[in-house]
Ligand binder design. Structure first.
Ligand SMILES: [Mg+2]
Length: 419
């Protein structure tokens, strides 16, 4: 790829460079027009549809820098996350829409954890040269952007810039930066909790790891099209049909193929915690607005690990009641399915909930006197324990027995526990 004259190639320039290398005018023009054309000029929205986005992005894709316009009296919050093929998704396992969705969901979840409202996203993406040279590869890229775009639209997040390059390996490598804003001095932090505070989680836990285990198992038996043959968890037929109909007819990209309708409806999305995790932005905003939480963190690495982060930053310990944990139905199903098969001992649903990770729910603390509702923004809220003096974190079973709860992440793609 040739260097950009100004040294720092914006997304559009990089795509146009790829266009020459690929000889695929339609694909790049399609992506450029979908994501970039509206971002030019002061007051223009930067991709991702809604004209209301113009308020946060004064200048989007197309210049050397984007210009953001945070609300008056707000501070900016910034988070960046790698998405590396083989580490954060598998091209043979995750549908491309899922890879795009998950990449953005990770950053949005970090903003949610601090009660921030997203202002803009910036994507740096390295694609294997082989991918750009084949039709199947280009369809993958198209569908990847469709997944990213659908989630961005749902939360009104404009893509305001980025960079692309040819990957030095045969892996897809990406980094996404999310910029958000929160009223000055009000952003939720990990460090504000006190001994005596009650501990809550949103949604249900263990579903992402359970769905991944099932995807992995089915991929092993049907490696050619692993995600076409998922039973429970299942991909809705409408979505499956949409994927299968994705095509480049006569080298042209059909407009509908870049549109969100191929994505599952929101009620179906909740059934796919691994493929389409839902960042809890509305809950984070409600916690901040209602001044309910003393501390908050999102569950990216698993409850046991992320609770340890919150406790360390707040200088407290914790007691978690195992019976109180809202365990995702897929985690229960995974245990039951494994128990019916020969081989290794089945994974306990409780272990998936404690250590599974990637659920992207929120874990927060609130004063014992706070009136925390049973749901916020339509999302279930469950009290799972309390914060205590000291630094020890323990699990209480239903018989009142106490065991240490050690941080234990889940080695997602090997199915092994890591200490
Ligand atoms: Mg986080």
């Amino acid at each position: 790829m040739q260097p950009h004259p100004s040294g720092n190639p914006p997304l559009v320039y990089a795509w146009l460079t790829m266009k020459r290398e690929m000889g695929e005018l339609e694909l790049i023009e399609r992506i450029r027009s979908e994501w970039g054309a509206a971002g030019r000029g002061a007051g223009g929205a930067a991709g991702c549809g809604s004209r209301s986005l113009a308020r946060s992005v004064a200048l989007g894709i197309g210049d050397d820098c984007a210009i953001l316009r945070p609300p008056r009296g707000h501070e900016l919050l910034v988070t960046t996350d790698f998405t590396l093929e083989g580490r954060h998704f598998r091209r043979d396992l995750h549908p491309p829409e899922s890879a795009g969705h998950r990449m953005l969901a990770r950053g949005l979840s970090d903003l949610a954890a601090m009660g921030a409202r997203p202002l803009a996203a910036f994507l740096s993406l390295a694609l294997p040269g082989e991918m750009l040279a084949t039709r199947a590869g280009r369809v993958w890229v198209e569908r990847f952007f469709a997944g990213l775009r659908a989630l961005a639209d749902r939360h009104a997040v404009p893509l305001a810039g980025g960079d692309t390059a040819e990957s030095p390996s045969d892996l897809v490598l990406a980094d996404i930066v999310l910029i958000g804003s929160a009223p000055a001095g009000r952003a939720l932090r990990r460090s504000g909790a006190h001994a005596g505070d009650a501990l809550y989680v949103t949604g249900e836990l263990g579903g992402a790891a359970a769905e991944l285990a099932e995807m992995d198992r089915r991929a092993a038996t049907n490696p050619a099209h692993p995600y076409k043959d998922l039973g429970a968890p299942s991909i809705p037929r409408s979505l499956r049909n949409g994927w299968e109909s994705t095509s480049l007819s006569s080298g042209r990209i059909n407009q509908p193929n870049l549109r969100p309708p191929r994505m599952p409806a929101p009620n179906h999305l909740t059934a796919h915690p691994q493929m389409f995790p839902q960042p809890r932005l509305a809950v984070g905003l409600a916690l901040l607005r209602r001044r309910l939480a003393t501390a908050c963190i999102d569950l990216s690495d698993g409850l046991s690990t992320d609770l340890a982060h919150l406790c360390r930053e707040s200088g407290v310990g914790a007691e978690v009641s195992s019976a109180a944990l809202p365990i995702h139905p897929l985690a229960q199903q995974t245990h039951a399915a494994q128990a019916g098969r020969a081989g290794a001992a089945p994974t306990r649903a409780l272990d998936l909930a404690l250590h599974g990770g990637e659920d992207y729910e929120l874990l927060f603390a609130a004063p014992p006197t706070a009136r925390v509702p049973r749901s916020l923004a339509g999302v279930r809220i469950t009290r799972i324990g309390s914060l205590v003096r000291g630094s020890s974190i323990s699990l209480l079973d239903s018989a009142g027995r106490r065991t240490p709860l050690k941080p234990g992440g889940w080695e997602h793609f090997s199915g092994k526990h890591q200490d």
